[in-house]
Design a protein around this ligand. Sequence first.
Ligand SMILES: NC(=O)c1ccc[n+]([C@@H]2O[C@H](COP(=O)([O-])OP(=O)(O)OC[C@H]3O[C@@H](n4cnc5c(N)ncnc54)[C@H](O)[C@@H]3O)[C@@H](O)[C@H]2O)c1
Length: 420
Amino acid sequence: MSQPARTKSRSRSPVLVRAGAARIAWADGQMPVLAAIRERFARELPLDGCRIAACLHVTAETANLVRVLRAGGAQVELCAANPLSTQDDVAAALATEHGAEVLGVRGEDRAAYERHLNTLIARAPQILIDDGAELIVGAHRDGAVADQLLGATEETRTGLVRLRAMAAQGTLRCAVLAINETLTERVFNDRYGTGQSTLDGILRATSMLLAGRAVVVLGYGSAGRGVAQRAKGAGAAVIVCEVDAVRALEARMEGFEVMSALAAAPLGEIFITVTGAPDVLRREHFEQMRDGAVLANAGHFDVEINLAELAAIASGPPREALPLVDEYEIDGRRLHVLAKGRVVNLAAAPGHPASVMDLSFAAQALAVAGIAAATEPRTSGVHAVDAAVDQEVARLKLASLGIQIDVLSEAQERYLRPFR
Ligand SMILES: NC(=O)c1ccc[n+]([C@@H]2O[C@H](COP(=O)([O-])OP(=O)(O)OC[C@H]3O[C@@H](n4cnc5c(N)ncnc54)[C@H](O)[C@@H]3O)[C@@H](O)[C@H]2O)c1
């Protein structure tokens, strides 16, 4: 087994550690729910002696999750879910000031990435925290490691698809909690996180004024409705395009213009795809678009804007109008594609704000504590996170906002019990 490649010594310089510590502290200030859980964990030590391996984006928000787990008594080792998202200063501060081992350097190659995963797995962790299922899948390559797992959590939809396929084949040997499907994640992460950060990416790339603009949002799902709401809030005239009749009607009743993408093509000034489907914007739409139109994608993969068809009808190769803006010319009209059609809130902005990750990671921390507290491990398979976790996360967030809500009286409880 190769030596664990800790963050390289160059990435532990005092300057880097200070920069990372400042980032972690800033994010901490936006993460009151995690802070409250950290205080409780420090008192109650629900993870005392627990060995946790995590494969997550090495960011300031993740650093604060690691601090919570360590406060609860866990020994935590972290590797990067994506080499490009690793913040080296955060890794340095986490390792130096918070005592967590971090394997991963920004831009590491595939071989280093796999070596880090394997190092974590070889140390026989008891609980896995994953973002993309690579750690969980890797742990299953060694039956002995998989069999002694108490459980795991998975942050992404893509990871859950993979794990459910394993469960269907009978090869998943531990219980995995689907963090991605908690209500707090779906509502706050997708709607408010994606909504704001998508516009953030577009504004950083273009510095355009949204007020008064015709913004076309393609896809009115969990994430698309957030984008549409935020664009409307910024004063844009929002048009929604959908293929699902119920969602299209819902968008209409929210006050949006609803029409086909072909009808919207000549009207829009900014187009935002957020569907998960390929070729949502294609040749027939490009041919109708007006001069100066901006095209951005907030869907997971860069397949929603068909760039091959755009290139095929453009008069030449795209010109870099700004660092993240490619300008294609078609019959004298200029169309601007942001970040080469990649997910714009991550390619042109730092993704979800810390306040949103506060809720997702609070659910992670509580779910992990639930795994550790279970007297018997759950049966193997993908399980929903206990609804009480959602309630607790929301309750702590409301408390941090100084908001109190009503509680049911005993009589109301009795009356409602059959329906709840
Ligand atoms: N950028 C981010 O941070 C972020 C966050 C969450 C989700 N996502 C991604 O955004 C995409 C959508 O996620 P979601 O959770 O909103 O999914 P969802 O399934 O809730 O919504 C997708 C919507 O798009 C509609 N749609 C599909 N094809 C269409 C088409 N050709 N034209 C118009 N509408 C179409 C569907 O009917 C559906 O209503 C996925 O790729 C997801 O991975 C990105």
